[in-house]
Design a protein around this ligand. Sequence first.
Ligand code: SAM
Length: 245
Amino acid sequence: TSYGFREVNEGEKQGLVNDVFHKVAKRYDIMNDVMSAGLHRAWKDAMIAALNPRKEPGYTVLDVAGGTGDIAFRIVEASNRQAHATVLDINGSMLGVGEERARRKGLADNLTFVEANAEELPFEDGSFDAYTIAFGIRNVPHIDVALSEAHRVLKRGGRLLVLEFSEVEMPLLDRFYDAWSFHAIPRFGKMITGDAEPYQYLVESIRKFPNQEDFATMIRDAGFSRVSYTNYTGGIAALHSGWKL
Ligand code: SAM
């Protein structure tokens, strides 16, 4: 479906995404609360519960599109500050905010921040126990490439977890959600950052992202086993899981 926004080609896509997150970096955390009506916190907590990070030093997680560090902080806390998390993002402004937050929280020793592209991870094969990505993969121009990179850098027995907006599977909720995302989100975006177009693009990117079943197939195609998913809030978000066996 096209909702009247112009089509964005893949080459242009990364540039637009980078533009959005450079602009919002400093206000990203408050934006998240406003735009998801606080729900992102519950979804992220559920993701960390599903991961159930080992509470031992040497357990390593790569959090891709980690932005301001939300997922990585939760993982480190849930491991009783034993785990090490690498926060990778293409955007230095987002990482900068994350590093500052990490220092304030006293978590800096458990975290490494890396500026890089999800499609070209600067790590050796078999480096991590888990790979997480929250609300990031739909921004990556070549999702298949990002997933095969995820598979490559995981150890055997490693876990992939992807949290992403998905297809709403509840009647009425989908109507409300359409109204919210097509009208409220660009408007809030404009209020907070002065520019609505990047948010229209982000909303559009949610519509274009494959539904739960199709995304599960992409994860299998990248080589993952025992692929499954769980819907959150009627499918507004879904958590996909896979294993490198
Ligand atoms: N994971 C964080 C969270 O849940 O709060 C941040 C999510 S934010 C909506 C999306 C992030 O994806 C941004 O920080 C953006 O810079 C990053 N991103 C977009 N394209 C990327 C790419 N190709 N490689 C790595 N990160 C990317």
